[in-house]
Design a protein around this ligand. Structure first.
Ligand code: NAG
Length: 333
């Protein structure tokens, strides 16, 4: 065993004393894992299946083409495994997990990235996809903000297709009944203004929709919209806290009462090809934002998955357009 002198010993402690009380203090919060097997990819979806495995679904390869592939990653083994593909190619898929099963509730499909309402559930035990009720055809879109509350999967905002509308729609699928909710009160049914490529999720009974863009990619927004799922009649409210760097296409991970946001696109500064390096965290308790150290590898069009307080970010676009990476890293707050 290597003997440590007092200097390397203190370095050792600096590197291993996780969780950091000040995440800002060190880039050691980032660790690189086994690359995404599909190769450089963006606009895929990612979800945690359970406490040791996560999955990525579909996406757009840097070398071109929307894929139907699905891969499962084992955290303890740091290995990927290809499983049964989705019945269609998909990008900007709306994905969530309830009771260990993965739901794909619409997205964008084909070379033209057309919005699709088609939906499926994947059972890891049988490695099979089963068609479920499609989302209402009039609400077909990809890049919705997703959240799970009890057995119900909630979707807010999104984009109807490539170059399509940024929508206000809120939809909900009840995994217990296999039906889409048709009784969402008017004030809860639409967010205050259209958004696509936003971030957020559900904490407690509150559904958060952060940032995103309205129409043009550059028309980036800093808003935080909130819906209390226990008081749908009250409808969406706009929080005081504003994203310090308005962005779209960022990855979001929820740890405790905080929503972490990473990267994004639409940056007028082209240092990173129009991608943002910024990482910022929203504290839902204090309704305030704070800056974090920049992303180790700035990107957009990725997805974040939280397992055991760590935020896993597979792939993503390294510049606006097609450049992408297969790099997979994890951020530990
Ligand atoms: C988690 O999911 C993986 C992949 O489906 C599976 O192999 C593993 O047994 C699951 N673990 C638990 C604890 O359910």
């Amino acid at each position: 065993m290597m003997l440590l002198n007092p200097i390397s010993l203190s370095l050792f402690w600096a590197l291993t004393s996780i969780p950091f009380t000040h995440a800002q203090s060190t880039p050691a919060a980032w660790k690189t894992l086994a690359a995404v097997p599909a190769g450089p990819i963006h606009e895929h979806a990612a979800v945690a299946l359970n406490s040791s495995h996560l999955a990525i679904v579909g996406g757009v390869l840097e070398r071109g083409g929307v894929i139907d592939s699905v891969y499962i990653y084992s955290i303890p083994q740091d290995t990927w495994k290809k499983v049964t593909s989705l019945p269609i190619t998909i990008n900007h898929a709306n994905a969530a997990v309830v009771d260990g099963k993965m739901y794909i509730l619409g997205g964008m499909t084909g070379a033209a990235w057309n919005g699709t309402p088609r939906s499926w559930v994947y059972d890891p035990a049988t490695d099979k996809w089963t068609a479920i009720a499609s989302m209402p055809a009039s609400e077909a879109r990809g890049s919705a903000v997703m959240g799970v509350y009890g057995k119900v999967i909630w979707l807010a905002s999104g984009k109807t297709k490539s170059g399509g509308e940024s929508v206000t729609w809120v939809s909900a699928f009840d995994t217990a009944s296999g039906k889409w909710l048709t009784d969402i009160p008017a004030k809860a049914k639409n967010i205050p203004e259209g958004r696509d490529h936003g971030g957020g999720g559900i904490i407690g009974s509150k559904f958060y929709q952060l940032g995103g863009s309205l129409g043009a990619i550059e028309n980036r927004k800093d808003t935080v919209f909130v819906l209390d799922l226990e008081d749908l009649g009250k409808g969406w409210v706009t929080a005081k806290g504003k994203m310090p760097t308005p962005r779209r296409g960022f990855a979001t991970g929820i740890v405790g009462g905080k929503i972490y946001t990473f990267g994004g696109e639409g940056n007028p500064d082209r240092t990173y090809g129009g991608v943002f390096k910024e990482a910022e965290v929203y504290d839902t308790v204090t309704d305030t934002w704070a800056a974090l150290p920049a992303m180790k590898l700035p990107r957009h069009g990725s997805a974040a998955v939280v397992v055991d307080g760590n935020i896993y970010i597979p792939g993503g676009g390294t510049a606006m357009g097609t450049p992408a990476t297969a790099v997979f890293d994890v951020y530990s707050p």
